[in-house]
Write a protein that binds this ligand. Structure first.
Ligand SMILES: [Fe+2]
Ligand SMILES: [Fe+2]
Length: 466
């Protein structure tokens, strides 16, 4: 026999450091996978508002995953296995989420099943955690739960309109999650729903085409610099420019921002398709995708602020995505980097801001100012990760140039191949828009700004025409 005094207090079961880090790693894997799934479906999602939300949720999820990953590393430092040996059950469950057969199913699966169950799992963790000993986890999870609740709440309208048939998919995912003992793995496991009608669907693949929101008329392009064959579109744009170059810049920057959604689709699809990279790669691409979606939202908000019927007046293009989708992921990233680096190098953003300031357009100036700040970050992401993917030497440099030149040629070839396509002319949009814009113009004192500006384009022969 030995002697002791009573325990200072009782502690809940399975809350020691080893248990906590094991469960938190499962949560990290779940968040990381949900981030990837959202990125994969960003391309496939057409309704503007839902697409914007998915982009935002994808970024928040990357932050949530990062907080958990950091905490796992803190518990039992130096555990280097945080990005090794992912729990196969959590991987298998989350791999089902993108296999939805419609957007309604996808949203129901993620926002009605996967996320509410994750919130429950976090609440369960919080209810058992020692708020003193495990305080950093409690802090992180409370914030993650707040994010998730808002995400679910914001998607409520879209979920509300889901057809009854999605219930079958929800049922399958609920049963699947129960079969792995929930996210924590601590609940009793039930048999896997292998006999369910939704079981055994094929892997999700990023689509090679994209459809824009059906409220918009289908269009390949959005501004005249993209398509050198569209003379009528360029003429119609010149009429808007003839009102004043300031007016043209106000309109151009809003349409251009709104159409930056393709620049969100590129990093999101790369995030989905490139595996086994350092965690920061995914964190940066998630942010890049969200920033570009925000730039698109800036344009949408500006045009709504002017009271425009955006789907009726504005071309919502998809040529960049269509042309680039068949290229390997690193090459798509290289072309995006080419555009962004060109914008910064040529000082385009500063010029645009000066013109918008000269127009006295506070909202558009503000948008462009923050856009500029974001673009500087993206150029550093592109530089860092293309170097990582292609090699930090002369061969890597040569490969980057080769990929970029080839991708620019692919863009130019797409334009040529589609020069007679019925969706390739912008004149109908700009003719109508001219009337709307002209009716809104008013006079302000001339500040004498000397306006000379050119967009960055893949096919530089276009600039001679503009
Ligand atoms: Fe952007
Ligand atoms: Fe950017």
């Amino acid at each position: 026999m030995v002697k002791v005094i009573p325990a200072s207090r009782a502690t809940p079961e399975h809350t020691r450091v080893n248990d906590a880090s094991r469960v938190l790693k499962r949560f990290y894997v779940a968040e990381r996978q949900i981030m990837r799934v959202l990125a994969g479906w960003l391309v496939k999602t057409s309704p503007v508002e839902i697409k914007f939300q998915i982009a935002g949720d994808l970024w928040q999820t990357s932050r949530n995953a990062d907080a958990l990953r950091t905490r796992v590393l803190e518990l039992r430092y130096p555990r280097r296995d945080v990005d090794k040996k992912y729990d196969v059950d959590v991987m298998a469950f989350t791999a089902e989420l993108p296999k939805a057969e419609s957007l309604a199913e996808f949203l129901a699966g993620v926002y009605d099943v996967a996320l509410p169950a994750l919130v429950d799992a976090y609440e369960d963790y919080l209810s058992r955690a020692d708020a003193l000993n495990d305080a950093p986890t409690v802090y992180a999870i409370r914030h993650i739960v707040a994010d998730k609740r808002l995400q679910i709440e914001r998607m409520r309208d879209a979920l509300h309109n889901a057809p009854e048939t999605v219930e079958r998919w929800r049922d399958y995912l609920r049963r699947y999650l129960a079969s792995i003992g929930g996210y924590s793995g601590m609940a009793d496991k039930t048999p896997a729903p292998t006999d369910h009608p939704c079981a055994g669907r094929p892997e999700y693949a990023i689509p090679l085409t994209t459809q824009r929101d059906e409220r918009f008329r289908p269009s390949l392009y959005h501004l005249p610099h993209e398509n050198k064959y569209d003379k009528a579109g360029a003429q119609a744009w010149k009429r808007i420019e003839s009102l004043d170059k300031r007016v043209a810049m106000q309109v151009w920057s809003a349409i251009s921002h709104f159409n930056e959604i393709w620049a969100a689709e590129v990093p999101a699809s790369v995030l989905y398709e490139i595996h086994e990279q350092p965690w920061d790669f995914y964190l940066d691409l998630a942010r890049w995708a969200w920033d570009e979606a925000r730039h698109s939202m800036m344009g949408f908000r500006a045009m709504q602020g002017w009271g425009w019927n955006v789907p009726d007046l504005i071309p919502y293009g998809r040529s960049q995505y269509l042309a680039m989708a068949p290229l390997p992921p690193a090459q798509r990233l290289a072309l995006l980097y080419y555009y962004e680096e060109g914008l910064l190098r040529s000082g385009t953003k500063q010029t645009e801001i000066k013109i918008l300031e000269s127009a006295g357009d506070d909202g558009s100036t503000h948008d462009m100012d923050y856009d500029w700040a974001d673009e500087a970050i993206h150029v550093s992401y592109g530089f860092k990760w293309l170097k990582h993917l292609l090699g930090d030497d002369n061969a890597g440099q040569a490969e980057l140039k080769r990929l970029t030149d080839e991708a620019r040629a692919v863009m130019a070839d797409f334009v040529t191949a589609h020069k007679d396509h019925p969706e390739a002319t912008l004149a109908p949009y700009f003719d109508k828009l001219y009337g709307v814009v002209e009716a809104m113009t008013f006079e302000i004192p001339d500040d004498g700004l000397d306006i000379s500006w050119a967009p960055v384009v893949a096919d530089e022969s276009v600039l001679q025409e503009l």
